[in-house]
Design a protein around this ligand. Structure first.
Ligand SMILES: Nc1ncnc2c1ncn2[C@@H]1O[C@H](COP(=O)(O)OP(=O)(O)OP(=O)(O)O)[C@@H](O)[C@H]1O
Ligand SMILES: [Mg+2]
Length: 253
């Protein structure tokens, strides 16, 4: 499969600059990310890489949820791990696993929480929550108990909670996992209209076709970064070669 770059669906003005200088991250004595350096300005950035390559870890670092063990990481010149107030306005993150994200029992409470954290009144947060649910045609979920939703539905609640806050940048860690086709199509349409920046982690290169730049990670290191089409083509070729081998276990390293 050869991928050609499509023209971007929308011209956007709100570029995001990610600056990483020799970023490393260790956890429990293990090096998860090592010597990652790049500077990139774009509104649509994809991240690809095999299982365990460090994508979700990089997502958490970008969102400022954890600090690098080594090096420096900034978004639009801000160190979000140090400036949590700025982080709320700048970045929203959709976790890979909705169970790591959800705190509240009902859909309404879950979506309103982030809005109130941003400083909105309870009333404002409730209005914005209602508008978001309506936009996704899920108003009937308002009082639903999240525990009673399917995994895909939980994922969508998390997504709505993030987009309701309208951050300048949304980091999406496998946002389409578990979503049925119509919901995925609806969400794709919504994201293509989103005025802020997106950093989108995906195993499926097709999801990143319209993206401007792609970052490829492997074993905690930057393999390459650049225009989406050539990076995705190289990535697909490499993954096909690896798929032909019998031992692709990332535990073997
Ligand atoms: N809490 C943790 N404790 C120890 N090691 C961890 C922890 N979380 C992640 N790792 C390790 O860090 C590495 C990178 O994990 P990460 O979740 O960032 O990868 P990923 O690229 O998002 O993978 P996937 O595609 O499977 O989602 C893996 O080798 C993983 O085993
Ligand atoms: Mg991951």
């Amino acid at each position: 499969m050869k991928i050609e770059r499509f023209p971007a669906e929308h011209e956007r003005n709100t570029g995001i600059t990610l600056s990483l200088a020799d970023v490393g991250f260790d956890l429990e004595g293990k090096t998860i990310l090592d010597g990652v350096s790049f500077e990139i300005s774009a509104t649509r950035i994809g991240i690809v890489g095999r299982n365990g390559s460090g994508k979700s870890t990089l997502a958490r670092l970008l969102a400022g949820l954890v600090s690098p063990t080594k090096g420096e990481l900034k978004i639009n010149g801000l160190d979000l791990a140090k400036d949590r107030k700025a982080a709320l306005a700048e970045v929203g993150i959709l976790f890979q696993n909705p169970d790591h994200q959800i705190i509240f029992p009902t859909v309404q409470e879950e979506i309103s929480f982030g809005l109130q954290q941003q400083g909105r009144s309870k009333r404002d947060a409730a209005d914005r929550t209602a508008a978001t649910l309506s936009e996704f045609e899920k108003s009937h979920w308002t009082t639903a108990h999240i525990n009673a939703l399917s995994q895909g539905q939980k994922h969508l609640v998390c997504m709505m909670a993030v987009v309701a806050m309208e951050p300048k940048l949304i980091i999406l860690d496998e946002p389409f996992t578990g979503l049925d086709l119509p919901t995925k199509t609806q969400l794709k349409r919504y994201l293509s209209r989103y005025q802020g920046g997106l950093v989108h982690i995906s195993h499926d290169p097709v999801d990143l076709l319209n993206y401007e730049k792609v970052i490829w990670l492997d074993q905690g290191q930057l393999i390459s970064l650049g225009d989406a089409a050539p990076i995705l083509n190289d990535y697909i070729e490499k993954m096909k070669r690896l798929g032909g081998l019998d031992d692709i276990s990332d535990l073997s390293r």
